[in-house]
Ligand binder design. Structure first.
Ligand code: ADP
Ligand code: MG
Length: 574
């Protein structure tokens, strides 16, 4: 089963100082001044170099054809990226400090080059990404630059899939996966360096990972625990100052970006702009808040008679469907994406970004998580804009109602807004306390109390916050606690009622796919589950089984959401 991935967390408010927006940066305003200071002393000797980086050093010194012999064409292209300005300083900083902060503009080469700089020095590296798609696509690109197969020296892993081997020295992982590893994994297996990339996202796993790291670093500094990995915190848009002060960390800043981005005024509508850009032969990436808006935009483009490859991109698609967006076609493509495409990834041939200025965000209302479309912040605008101008000049069109300069500088950290049951349980099972970890932004006490109460009622937590046996099992399952409880219970009852677990897994997969039926087509899918009135879940389970029997079939004839159906099948096989 897949992780019931927490809705992507957004950036945060841990500074009162405004961060320059992407627009300001692009207009030439400066990034925070570069600072390089030595962090607190720690007895650290660099690991023995296993991969001599003589070729790279030679190639950087002189970018002639001869000097770059031995590098792949992909790697050769990268040598001009701004991030190479700070390579020497970075290597020194990692030598001397426990924590290093790196800021550089989108496209500067942070995600793809920084881990390689360390790998080439002989460090083993783990780098986190906020999303599974980002983890696998960044790993793939790095392996390609090094002329290697994915899963050899460079690999990735997340809750659903992994491509790693015993030779892997650079592993890209999701922050959720890495949090579990930090909590439960054997300490001797940790890598020399941990990079938390795209830190501005501030999802709850990142915040928890940083808090666990800080606690361990403090223990180590007081002689009470083993040395944690060196930590690098990286983003185009983080409050470097606050992090630097908190950890005594040097801040390294690389200036400039590879290609300029032109900002254009919005036209009649998003659809009109997309079509006119596609007509000029440009590949377009459109940011929309969610799946329904993507579907509506597909219809609108069809009605307007678009002549382009129109591709949806959201987390509910199968990996194969997501992969299509990275392909080139013999006509322009228009990708309709949620903020799954906002950070980390490079779709190399994107020429233009159109931004609705909206995103779906979770908020806890009376203890229930609700999703609603809201204005993005300047941080998000900067990131979205940064998805073009990566492999050539870019165009950015903002369609939001609120003018960019009136947007919030950054959104609040996810940990302040979401239900905390899962995090509470995960930490408790690892012997950590959500109330005592040194979070950058403490989760609200009210939300902690709500989570405690819910876990207690579900019998996952006993008195004194000690997890029950069932609680331990549920914490291992990559789903939310209520679905996890259903699975754990089914697992137990399956011994006396064989087949129960299989059905429970199917239901969990349907929940993960956010339902497989089209609500408005009830008349059609009802035929597949006649007589079932008690439970929506059982009704969908019956539709799921009946549809599987009928495959191949025309989903629309039965009122089934084909994408969600494929997704549920994929999930149920994991
Ligand atoms: P950052 O993390 O600083 O935003 P990246 O390291 O992700 O930057 O990418 C730096 C540059 O490398 C991109 O602007 C692009 O030119 C190139 N690049 C990265 N990934 C790919 C890819 N998959 N295909 C082609 N070019 C890529
Ligand atoms: Mg990046």
């Amino acid at each position: 089963m897949s992780s019931m991935a927490s809705p992507a967390g957004r950036a945060h408010l841990f500074s009162r100082k405004p961060i320059p927006s992407g627009i300001e940066l692009l207009q030439g305003n400066k990034l925070p001044e570069h600072r390089f200071s030595r962090g607190p002393f720690s007895p650290w000797s660099p690991p023995e170099k296993t991969t001599p980086d003589a070729v790279l050093t030679r190639a950087l010194a002189s970018k002639t054809k001869e000097a770059t012999d031995g590098l792949t064409p992909e790697k050769r292209e990268q040598l001009n990226l701004p991030i190479y300005q700070i390579r020497e300083k970075l290597l020194r900083a990692v030598d001397l400090s426990d924590v290093v902060v790196i800021t550089a503009e989108t496209g500067a080469g942070k995600s793809t080059q920084v881990p390689q700089m360390l790998l080439d020095q002989g460090y083993t590296v783990t780098m986190t990404q906020p999303r599974r798609l980002a983890a696998s696509s960044v790993a793939l690109r790095i392996a390609k630059e090094r002329g290697e197969e994915l899963g050899e020296e460079v690999g990735y892993r997340h809750a659903l899939h992994e491509a790693v081997s015993s030779d892997s020295k650079l592993i890209i992982s999701t922050d959720g996966f890495e949090l579990r590893k930090a909590l439960y994994g054997p300490r001797h297996e940790q890598s020399d360096v941990l990079i938390i990339d795209e830190f501005h996202e501030r999802n709850q796993s990142m915040d928890a990972l940083l808090a666990v790291h800080e606690k361990r670093l403090n223990e180590y500094r007081h002689g009470k625990g083993p040395k944690p990995p060196k930590l690098i915190i990286m983003s185009a848009t983080i409050d470097a100052e606050t992090l630097s002060e908190r950890f005594g960390a040097p801040v390294l800043t690389a200036k400039g970006r590879a290609y300029p981005i032109e900002r254009r005024e919005p036209g009649e509508s998003i659809a009109h702009d997309a079509i006119s850009l596609a007509y000029q032969g440009k590949n377009v990436l459109v940011f929309l808040p969610g799946k329904p808006e993507i579907r509506a935009m597909q219809d609108q483009l069809d009605e307007l008679g678009v002549d382009a490859e129109v591709l949806p991109l959201h987390s509910q698609l199968t990996a194969e469907e997501q992969e299509r967006c990275f392909q080139s076609f013999d006509r322009a493509k228009i990708i309709l994406a949620t903020n799954i495409a906002e950070t980390s990834i490079t779709i190399p041939d994107i020429d233009a970004v159109i931004d609705s200025g909206l995103e779906k965000d979770v908020e806890l209302v009376d203890g229930v998580e609700t999703l609603s479309a809201k204005d993005v912040s300047k941080f998000n605008v900067f990131q979205r804009m940064g998805r073009c101008g990566r492999c050539g000049p870019g165009v950015y069109i903002y369609h939001g109602q609120t003018p960019i300069d009136q947007l919030a500088p950054m959104p609040s950290p996810e940990i302040e807004r979401v239900a905390l049951e899962k995090l509470f349980l995960t930490l408790s099972c690892a012997g950590e306390s959500i109330e005592r970890l040194p979070f950058l932004n403490r989760p609200p006490q009210e939300n902690i109390d709500l989570a405690r109460k819910a876990l207690y009622q579900l019998n996952l937590l006993g008195p004194t916050d000690f997890p029950t046996e069932e609680g331990r099992r549920v914490s291992e399952l990559p789903v939310d606690v209520r679905t996890g409880k259903m699975l754990a219970r089914a697992e137990e009852m399956d011994r006396s009622t064989p087949g129960l677990l299989e059905n429970a897994i199917d239901i969990a997969s349907i929940i993960e796919a956010e339902g497989i039926v089209v609500p408005e087509s009830k008349k059609r899918w009802r035929k597949l589950c006649e007589g079932e009135f008690e439970s929506d879940h059982i009704a969908q389970l019956r539709v799921f089984h009946a549809a599987k029997e009928k495959a191949p079939f025309v989903a629309d004839n039965f009122g089934i959401d084909a994408t969600a159906f494929r997704r549920a099948i994929e999930m149920s096989h994991l």
